[in-house]
Design a protein around this ligand. Structure first.
Ligand code: ATP
Ligand code: MG
Length: 567
């Protein structure tokens, strides 16, 4: 999100509709030249890639227009919030690169101002205590096609309302027995304006406020006040709040408090992905995944563990842009952005996932050579490293075929191939066990081809990666597929749930992999390209004795392929 020069020079054509609004406001001086945005997560789950879109948008706008960005926990709901979520959200927003400086806020710290605001509305005759039950309230509200009816408690006097609301706050009434409602219009075509509930009674402890409160504010009442207190200029939220905007505006107008502008945009949907916190929680609770940070999860911590970089996620958010229409983005686009960044930045190493032993019969006994390997062909500054070569190696089992079909150009009996950064080798013998399985290959090498080229100019059709048997380290590699088999996991037959669309093959674990010794000191979250095999990331479970890697993404760009087909 560090905006470089080109990003700062937003031209009107390049700007999304929200940036255009902000740019216009800057021109007209609407907010006295200020831009102040916020990201307001409810701490009832871990952040996911959809939240990243919102973070990139809100922080990006603040950064580009020289404004400020707040991180605010929307913790007005006592039942579901936990410190674990707060901590994870702070870590994830920081990792994504958004900076809130000293502006980390909790909506629950504004409970007193919210309460004072409610008293003000009661005094203005604009709010009343109502004794209808939740069910009755629903009936009185009417429907999209039928008007609502006034509550029999709507005309209570200001004095009675003040008295009852104070006693609600003091805990004198049981949960659900009364609410405080805004007195707006029971026949308004917009149901959100039909005397919405502002406060409900809940005798529940709060993760920050303890037992101080027995009444808790509803979202629509609380949210505008939070924005107002923090001096937010542009309160950016997702489309489902569009119909709530008249209420956001009504509350702040009646209070005559500082009044930000609410702007709605389309939330992110991704193929093969569920983004509802409830469903993500269910996947964790029912152990369909190993936790919130399972590398198959669309959570920020899951993506991080999978090997995503913050740069890749930010680039993705930039590419998808912001608009007013709900749509679903192809997962391949996310992978395309990921590959782009990993290709530019990941050190290359050699790792053999499914090893086949190769003995070089004419290689001097006990000799070891240090071969020069390029760390990253995309980045000269990454330099080179030494990789040990010896007379016994491992290659990928798939790189050999005893009876190769026409289009198979890799190793086969009698055929010569190049070993990356080393020599040309020719397969002379295939060794099998009693069951007829291949256990070992015998090859000869041509000492004149050291470094990878033949002085007589002869060519080979394949270059294989390898590791020296004696020097290789053991590793476990975890491969991942999409967590769901359907593009839209919520598309289910009658009587089934999204869980029926779980992909039973989304995780496979390969043990006994062999990797080059330069990986000895790798730490969790290090990102690598295993040559020819894809991008990988060291897992949290990795130790000096047992290295563990997650496959992040393959090398082949399916997005580029889709694009070229469409052209
Ligand atoms: P819920 O309200 O069901 O708990 P939520 O995903 O809306 O789920 P919040 O913590 O309220 O959770 O979200 C914080 C912010 O992130 C909100 O401003 C919300 O609009 C935004 N957001 C959530 N999901 C997405 C998404 N898929 N795409 C873009 N923005 C999102
Ligand atoms: Mg929400």
């Amino acid at each position: 999100m560090q905006s470089d020069e080109s990003e700062l020079k937003n031209t009107p054509e390049r700007m999304d509709f929200i940036r255009q609004i902000v740019a216009e406001d800057m021109k007209t001086g609407k907010w006295n030249g200020r831009v102040h945005t916020r990201f307001p997560p409810e701490p009832n789950g871990y952040l996911h890639i959809g939240h990243a879109k919102s973070i990139c948008l809100n922080y990006g706008i603040a950064a580009e227009f020289g404004g400020k960005f707040n991180l605010r926990f929307d913790d007005t709901n006592p039942a579901k919030e936990e410190q674990e979520y707060v901590d994870s959200i702070i870590a994830d927003v920081k990792w994504l690169g958004a900076q809130w400086e000293d502006r980390l806020f909790y909506a629950s710290d504004y409970f007193h101002q919210m309460y004072d605001g409610a008293i003000e509305l009661i005094k203005k005759g604009l709010a009343y205590v109502c004794d209808l039950t939740a069910d009755q309230t629903r009936q009185y509200r009417g429907t999209l096609t039928e008007p609502g009816q006034n509550s029999p408690y709507r005309d209570r006097s200001v004095e009675e309302n003040l008295d009852l609301f104070t006693r609600m706050k003091n805990g004198e009434f049981p949960d659900g027995s009364k609410t405080l409602k805004a007195k707006i219009d029971m026949v308004n075509p917009n149901i959100n304006l039909r005397d919405p509930v502002m406060y409900r009674i809940l005798h529940a402890g709060h993760h920050r406020q303890g037992d101080e409160w027995c009444v808790y504010p509803m979202y629509d009442w609380a949210h505008g006040i939070e924005d107002s207190i923090e001096g937010i200029t542009h309160s950016i939220c997702t489309l489902e709040f569009e119909n709530h905007r008249p209420l956001y505006d009504w509350f702040l107008e009646q209070l005559e408090w500082y009044h930000p502008q609410q702007i709605e945009f389309a939330r992110l949907n991704l193929t093969y992905t569920v983004m509802s916190k409830r469903k993500l929680l269910q996947l964790v609770k029912e152990k369909h995944v190993s936790g919130w940070d399972d590398p198959r999860m669309p959570t920020i911590c899951g993506l991080r563990r999978r090997g995503f970089s913050p740069e890749a996620i930010r680039q993705f958010c930039k590419v998808i842009g912001v608009n007013k229409f709900n749509s679903t983005v192809d997962y391949a686009l996310l992978e395309h952005c990921l590959r782009d960044h990993l290709n530019a930045t990941s050190p290359r190493v050699m790792a053999v996932l499914n090893p086949l032993r190769v003995v070089i019969t004419n290689y001097p006994d006990g000799q070891v050579e240090e071969m020069n390997a390029v760390n990253n062909p995309e980045d000269a500054a990454a330099g080179t490293r030494k990789v040990p070569f010896s007379g016994t190696l491992y290659i990928e089992r798939d790189d050999f075929m005893e009876e190769p079909p026409k289009k198979f150009f890799r190793l086969a009996p009698g055929r010569e191939v190049r070993l990356r950064y080393a020599y040309f080798v020719t397969c002379t013998d295939v060794v099998k066990n009693a069951a007829g399985e291949i256990t070992e290959l015998h090859c000869t090498y041509d000492p004149a081809t050291r470094g990878g080229d033949a002085p007589d100019g002869r060519k080979v059709k394949a270059t294989l990666h390898w590791v020296s048997a004696e020097h290789a380290l053991d590793a476990e590699v975890r491969l991942y597929e999409q967590l769901f088999t359907k593009e839209n996991p919520d598309e289910v037959e009658e009587g089934k749930t999204f869980l029926d669309n779980l992909n039973p093959d989304s995780l496979s674990i390969i043990k006994g992999c062999k990797v080059e010794p330069s990986l000895k000191d790798t730490k969790p979250l290090d990102r690598w390209q295993f040559e020819r095999m894809g991008y990988f990331c060291t897992d949290y479970d990795s130790t000096a004795n047992k290295l563990v890697f997650n496959k992040t993404v393959g090398l082949k760009d399916t997005w580029a392929k889709i694009q070229s087909k469409e052209r």
